[in-house]
Ligand binder design. Structure first.
Ligand SMILES: [Zn+2]
Length: 220
C-alpha cells in the first residue's frame, strides 16, 4: 500500500550508474542491476524532459540504422536467391514487422531505441518509471497512427502517372491534385503541427506520449 502511494506521488529511484528511474519499491535497477538500497527517492518532477532537436537526431540515427539493416537484409536475400519478384510484398511486410519489433523490444526492455540510447535519452512512464513491452508497442502504434494517412498516400502513388510528365506540363497539376498527393499534404501538415506541439508542450510530450502515458527524458 505504502509503495503504491509512493509511485502515485511520482517518487522514483534514480539509478546512480545508468541514470534510469526505477519504481520506488525496487531494490535493484531494472536496467543495469545496480543496487539501489542507498539511493534516495526523488520526485519525477525533477526528471529532465528531452527537447525536440535531440529527439529528431535520435530518430534520424534509428532511421539510418534500420535502413542499413534493411539494405543488408535485402542484399543477402538477393544474393542467396531468396528474393524473387513475387515476394516483394512479403519483403516489405517483413521490414515493417521488423521495425515495430525493433522499437517495441528496445523501448520495452531497455527504455530506449539505440538512437535514443546513444544520445542519452530514455522513454519512461509519466511518473518516471519503466515502460513495459505492451506500453512500448502502444506508443509505437500511436505514432504510426498519427502518420497513417500520409503513409497510405505514399503507398497509393501510381508510378505510371509520372511517365511523360515532361511532355505534358499541364498534367503536373493532375499529379499534384491526386488523392495520394492530398494525403501526403495532410501528412506534412500533421508533421508540422506535431513537431510544434512537441517543441512547446511543457514536458515535451508528443501525441503518442500522451496516448501511451509516456515521456522522454535526458539522463546526461
Ligand atoms: Zn541502472
Amino acid at each position: 500500500m505504502a509503495q503504491a502511494a509512493l509511485v502515485l506521488q511520482g517518487l522514483t529511484k534514480r539509478c546512480d550508474r545508468c541514470g534510469m528511474a526505477n519504481d520506488a519499491s525496487v531494490r535493484f535497477c531494472h536496467y543495469c542491476g545496480w543496487d539501489l538500497a542507498e539511493t534516495p527517492l526523488v520526485s519525477s518532477v525533477q526528471l529532465r524532459p528531452a527537447g525536440l532537436w535531440i529527439r529528431l537526431g535520435a530518430y534520424l540515427l534509428d532511421v539510418i540504422l534500420l535502413a542499413v539493416a534493411v539494405g543488408v537484409g535485402t542484399a543477402a536475400a538477393v544474393a542467396t536467391g531468396a528474393m524473387t519478384e513475387g515476394n516483394q510484398v512479403l519483403t516489405n511486410l517483413a521490414s515493417q514487422v521488423g521495425t515495430v519489433f525493433y522499437f517495441t523490444v528496445s523501448v520495452g526492455t531497455r527504455g530506449a531505441s539505440l538512437g535514443k540510447w546513444a544520445l542519452g535519452l530514455r522513454i519512461v512512464r509519466k511518473d518516471g518509471t519503466r515502460v513495459s513491452l505492451p506500453r512500448a508497442l502502444c506508443r509505437y502504434l500511436a505514432l504510426s497512427a498519427v502518420f497513417l494517412p500520409s503513409t497510405i498516400g505514399v503507398l497509393l502513388i501510381d508510378p505510371e502517372s509520372f511517365v511523360g510528365l515532361g511532355d505534358r506540363p499541364e498534367a503536373v497539376w493532375e499529379v499534384l491534385g491526386s488523392p495520394s498527393s492530398l494525403l501526403i499534404y495532410s501528412g506534412l501538415l500533421t508533421a508540422i503541427v506535431f513537431v510544434i506541439w512537441l517543441g512547446v508542450s511543457k514536458q515535451r510530450r508528443g501525441w503518442h506520449d500522451l496516448l501511451a502515458g509516456t515521456r522522454v527524458i535526458r539522463v546526461r
